[in-house]
Design a protein around this ligand. Sequence first.
Ligand code: IMP
Ligand code: MG
Length: 201
Amino acid sequence: MKLKTKKSKAGISGNWRKEVERVLITEEQLARRVKILAGEIERDFRGRETVVVSLLSGTVMFLADLIRHLNLPLRLDFIGVSSYGAGTESGELVFTKELRLDVRGRDVLLVDDILDTGKTMSRVLPKLRALKPRRIKVCVLLDKPSHRVEKIRADYVGFAVPDFFVVGYGLDFAERYRNLPFVGILYPHIYKEACKIVCKK
Ligand code: IMP
Ligand code: MG
């Protein structure tokens, strides 16, 4: 879904006004789109036994909302993958939790918060394929195609977003802002201040 961005402060509660420059995707837009995505997935998966594999931790809100709309016999598991880079650039990828469920011969729905450079997916997908699932479909809430360096595409995309670093609805900056109910953009000074702390560590 193509996004109409608006320069509005509406919907940003008092606590966040000093940090969030603007809302990119409202709670209502998220709720509407996630329901539609779930409908598309449900139709494609046709009631088959599905393993939903979700990447920690940015998917937390998206996943919770998505699977509540998925009328499929599904099991849920997580892969932990962290990029240890400072600031908003992705650094070296480290697996912090491995998959536990057996996906051999199963339909897998791989869920992530945002497809950016594609480096995360290009590490996770071969690892999953090696476990011999029947098929893997990739679902992301957000897609930032302008930033891609790996040849990866998602089968289900919530919103295509412009080349901003976005936070909220599960997505973080330095592990913060995941609890914002909307997707927004921070003021540049927030990144700079946080980077002084993060980069010192
Ligand atoms: P990729 O490996 O560059 O595709 O990035 C994927 C991961 O980086 C996502 O799962 C996020 O955790 C993180 N990421 C990339 N872009 C953003 C962003 O704009 N905001 C928050 N996290 C991001
Ligand atoms: Mg992530």
